[in-house]
Design a protein around this ligand. Sequence first.
Ligand code: NAD
Length: 304
Amino acid sequence: MKVLVCDPIDEEGIKMLKEKGFEVDYKPSITAQELKNTVASYDALLVRSRTKVTKEIIEAGKNLKAIGRAGVGLDNIDLDAAKAKGIKVVNAPESLTQSVIELVIGFMVALSRYMCKADKTMKEGKWLKTEFIGHELYGKTLGVVGFGRIGRGVAKVARSIGMKILVYDVVQVDEKTLSEYDAKQVSLEEVLKNSDFVTLHVPGGPQTYHLIDISKLKLMKPSAFLINTSRGNVIKEDDLVYALKSKMIAGAALDVFEVEPPGNKELLSLDNVILTPHIGGETFEAQRLAATLTVSRLIEALKQ
Ligand code: NAD
C-alpha cells in the first residue's frame, strides 16, 4: 500500500510505516495542485494542519482508504466528503496534552512575575528590580473552563503548587474526580468572579464561540489574568483588548487567535498581554507522539 505524507511529520512515524511494509512518499511541501494530480495513486494520506484535504482532493483520490491527521483539529479535512466515500479519518488528540499543560503553567508564572516585561527592559539596558513585584501562585485560585484532558492536567500541576481549583464544564464532573483534584465545580460566572487566573480549555466551534466577551470579562477581578490556549474565537478579541487597555483585568496570555496570524494591531501593541504563535503543541515530544499514535491508528484503519 502507498502512503503520501503531505506535511512535515516526525521521522519516527515514517519509519513505522516503512517497517510495516508501506511504500512511503514524503512530500512535506506538496502544493494543492500537485496533490490533486497525484492523490489517485495513494491508499492513504498523512497530514498535519498545512494540507487542506478538500472535497476535490478526496474525490480525486480514487484509491484512498484512510487519512491520518498527526495532531488534534480535523478542520483541514472535509469529513463529510471522506465519510461519503467510506474513507476513515484518524488523529491523535491526546498527543499534545502535556505540551499545552506545560505552556499554561509557564504563562501563569510569566504573567504573575512580569517575566516578558522584565526581559525586554533588561535588554534595553534598564534594571527595574522594584517595578516587578509580582505574586506567588501558591494559595491563589485557578479557574479551569473546560475540564477535559488539558484542563485536568493543568489543574493537577496547579494543585501541586498549592493553588485552589474551580472548574466550569458543561458536563457534570463526578465527585470522586473532583476530589482527586481537590476541585469545586461551579458556574462560569462564579469561576470568573472568584479566580485569580482563568484558563480556557473548551473545544472550538459554535457552542463556545465568543464564550468570553465583555459581559464575562466584567465579572473578573481587576487583578486577574486570563489564559487562552484553546481556540481563538472562544474569546471576543476586541472585547479582550478593551478589557486589557482599560485595566478591567490585569493581563492575559494567548496562544490562539481569532485570525492566525493575528491582524489585530492593538492587541499586538499592549504590554499586559503575552502572545505566542500557536505553539501549544510545538514540542519535539508532542510531535513525535502525534506522528507515532496517528501512524499506528492509520495502519489499523487500513487493515480493516
Ligand atoms: P477535551 O475534549 O479533552 O476537553 C474539552 C472539555 O471541554 C470537555 O470536558 C468538555 O465537556 C468541555 N466543554 C465542551 N463544551 C463546553 C462548553 N461550552 N463550556 C464548558 N465546557 C465545555 O479537549 P482537550 O484535549 O483538553 O483540548 C482543549 C482545547 O485545547 C481544544 O480547544 C483544543 O483544540 C485545544 N488545543 C490547543 C492546542 C494548542 O496548540 N494551543 C493543542 C492541543 C489542543
